[in-house]
Design a protein around this ligand. Structure first.
Ligand code: GDP
Ligand code: MG
Length: 177
């Protein structure tokens, strides 16, 4: 006898935060379509989607990208309200984006009850090894200090991008499932 257990689908709001130019839109495109191309800096705000199947649940990610408001430091809390997961993205070749990520983190920590939102620190542009200004150890240290997970990615090569999405899916399911 075979039977199919209906698989639940959970809607997951993911928001991408970080300085202008760190690769938020590029990562959103990788997560959603596994593509890399130049994305207009003003495209965004609407969300891209990606479905991830785990063994007993389907997660439908709604990946929210900014429309460049971060340039003017005017990303409103409305943007990340209700997010199940927030990616705090910096560029490993630009130290100031790492410092800015720490400021984002403070803002997020004001808004959220710790534990209810999966916050992930992401060092993007991992392919720019020659221009590296933030070491892997610095990223890891910040993450472990604040109880976050940490991954270095490259939206350009796609390195660690699908692994990251899957790891987030598991963690979100543990938290909200
Ligand atoms: P956003 O402003 O955070 O949305 O950043 P974008 O996604 O628009 O990317 C800014 C620039 O960085 C663009 O020229 C991208 O092509 C480039 N970029 C994005 N991700 C990577 C990456 O992983 N490696 C490299 N080398 N360049 C990247
Ligand atoms: Mg963008």
């Amino acid at each position: 006898v075979t039977f199919n257990r209906p698989v639940r689908t959970l809607r997951v709001k993911m928001v991408l935060l970080g300085s202008s130019g760190v690769g938020k839109s590029s990562l959103a495109l990788r997560f959603s379509k596994d593509e890399f191309r130049t994305v207009s800096p003003t495209v965004g705000c609407a969300y891209l989607t990606r479905v991830v199947h785990l063994s007993d649940v389907t997660l439908r990610f709604e990946i929210w990208d900014t429309a460049g408001q971060e340039k003017y430091h005017s990303v409103t809390p409305l943007y990340y309200r209700g997010a199940h997961t927030a990616l705090l993205i910096y560029d490993i070749s630009k130290k100031e984006t790492f410092i800015r990520a720490q400021m984002w983190l403070k803002e997020l920590e004001k808004q959220y009850i710790p534990g209810s939102t999966v916050i992930w620190l992401v060092g993007n542009k991992g392919d720019l090894t020659q221009d590296r200004q933030v070491s892997v150890q610095e990223g890891q240290a910040l993450a472990s200090d604040r109880g976050l997970s940490f991954t270095e990615t490259s939206a350009l090569s796609g390195d660690q991008v699908s692994e990251l999405l899957l790891a987030i899916a598991h963690r979100v399911y543990e938290c909200v499932g």
